[in-house]
Design a protein around this ligand. Structure first.
Ligand SMILES: *Cc1c(COP(=O)(O)O)cnc(C)c1O
Length: 495
């Protein structure tokens, strides 16, 4: 939970370090994060004895919030109430809680935090799949600095912020070049375009993936050719690729689904033998490794997404293509500007696939925390593994298997062979979010009817679509929440 300290608590903390240390300790033990207004804590910290109150998370007000509060009779109280509302905090901690009786926000005294009476109404935690606000304190200063720099620079499209992120991603992945683009989808599209894939070509991929993988192939007039998945990894089965290769095949698009890399040695061997391009759909797999190498460095092109649910999510859409050869990097950059080189002269047709500077700044700031978050995801996966093992649910819930070491657990996806949808509803009633990635395999989608597939063509993909369930695994989740998830699943099956 997240609470804001009112200025009277900050003032008391400045005068009485023991009071403040106790409040900190009580809050930590109850999993509460404490916040203070930058303005209020600055006023107190500017007094000599006030330095210790800076030990909590600091938030900034917008200029508009400040101006609105200045019109109120009690500026400090108005500021606290406005911050609790706009940051969606669970409440305010104030010495004089009664002074806020006219507002609708929850206000507690330090005693009520200590004796736990603030949580009396609802003790079971809600468990969202993604809780951006929960990890916001870790990144707040860096993200806000980046955003302010972009806004004040007036440079909003491409430019230094985008180049900075490109350099960071290329170094992280160990690939010489990276080109920022408008989304993960556009990363795939532009990689296919740079690879010369077009009408009449065939591209081999899996039917058990997000729509974009196959949608981009189709949008270029090429034909998606499906190969079923391995049931253990949910990734394309390399043993079945060769039988689908024809003289029209141009590329293979493996997907590192849920953050586990596809069997790239086998795939690259086939591609080499048959002279095919390999475009990695690494949208779910930044930071995943395969035999010590980063995803995105394994094929000819690596495609990443910064959609908020991915391991490295921004505050909107964004993506990146990694590539080894400089000529290809340059081609990608021309394609993302409508194919213009120089400006207003076009030898090829591209599109607007530009990454904007604000998004690049946000992603760059958050990227400083990526490895820490991935560590946390992997630890969370281990904890789920243990909790499921101890739960005795082994016939009802089958945890994911890490066949290829280096899984980044963008998703923790269990198989639920019976009553998957009923379980999901049950969890939803307990405010536990879960998701089905993906309920309909792509060979059975209406828009791909022309490919002539029918049920039974890719049985492993079809079975997975009926059984998979993604549980909350993000870096923001607590062990307590994970225990609540597994307990709740247990009580569903033991009803
Ligand atoms: C998210 C995703 C994409 C598309 O990324 P966007 O940034 O949402 O366009 C492509 N492929 C896979 C496997 C994905 O998970």
């Amino acid at each position: 939970m997240q609470f804001l300290l009112h200025s009277d608590v900050l003032l008391q903390s400045a005068k009485d370090p023991v009071f403040f240390q106790n409040l900190l300790k009580e809050s930590q033990s109850k999993n509460i994060r404490l916040w203070a207004s930058a303005l209020q804590s600055y006023r107190i910290a500017s007094q000599e004895e006030g330095k210790n109150v800076l030990d909590v998370s600091i938030l900034n007000h917008t200029a508009k919030e400040l101006r609105d509060c200045m019109k109120e009779a009690d500026f400090d109280s108005a500021l606290s109430v406005s911050a609790v509302r706009s940051f969606n905090f669970d409440g305010l901690i104030a010495l004089d809680a009664k002074a806020f009786s006219a507002t609708d926000i929850p206000v507690f005294s330090p005693e009520e935090i200590r004796d736990g009476s603030f949580e009396s109404k609802d003790t079971s935690p809600a468990v969202p799949l993604l809780d951006l606000l929960a990890s916001y304190p870790d990144t707040l200063e860096e993200v806000e600095t980046e955003m302010a720099e972009v806004v004040r620079s007036g440079r909003f499209i491409l430019g230094g912020k985008v180049e900075g992120l490109e350099k960071k991603v290329s170094e992280y992945c160990g690939v010489p070049h990276a080109v920022g683009v408008s989304s993960g989808t556009d990363a795939l599209l532009i990689a296919l375009m740079a690879g010369g894939v077009g009408a009449g070509d065939e591209v081999i991929t899996t039917p058990f993936t997000f729509f974009a993988t196959v949608g981009t192939i189709s949008r270029l007039g090429a034909k998606p050719v499906f190969v079923d998945i391995e049931p253990d990894t949910f990734n394309i089965d390399p043993k079945k690729i060769e039988e689908r290769i024809t003289d029209k095949t141009r590329a293979i698009m493996p997907v590192h689904l849920y953050g586990q890399c596809a069997d790239m040695d086998a795939i690259m061997a086939i591609a080499k033998k048959k002279k095919l391009l390999v475009i990695e759909d690494a949208a779910q797999a930044i930071g995943s490794t395969y035999k010590g190498h980063q995803s995105g460095s394994l094929g000819d092109y690596g495609c990443f997404s910064f959609f908020p649910t991915k391991n490295l999510g921004g505050f909107g859409d964004g993506g990146m293509v990694t590539v080894r050869e400089q000529v290809l990097a340059e081609k990608l950059k021309i394609l993302r500007m409508h194919g213009a080189e120089p400006k207003y002269y076009h030898q090829i047709v591209g599109g607007n696939f530009r990454l904007d500077a604000l998004q690049a700044g946000v992603v760059s700031a958050r990227m400083n925390h990526l490895d820490g978050w991935l560590e946390k995801r992997r630890a969370n996966a281990k904890l789920y593994d243990r909790l499921f093992h101890e739960s005795g649910l082994k016939d009802d819930v089958i945890p994911p298997r890490e066949i290829v070491a280096g899984h980044s657990y963008n998703q923790y996806v269990v198989r639920v062979p019976k009553q998957r949808d009923e379980l999901r509803n049950f969890l939803g009633e307990r405010k536990i979010s879960s998701e089905i990635y993906y309920p309909v395999p792509l060979h059975l989608q209406d828009c791909f009817k022309d490919l002539g597939h029918k049920e039974g063509d890719f049985p492993h993909s079809e079975q997975a679509a009926k059984e998979v369930l993604a549980l909350p695994i993000s870096q923001e989740i607590s062990p307590l929440q994970q225990e609540f998830v597994v307990e709740s699943i247990g009580s569903f099956f033991r009803r």
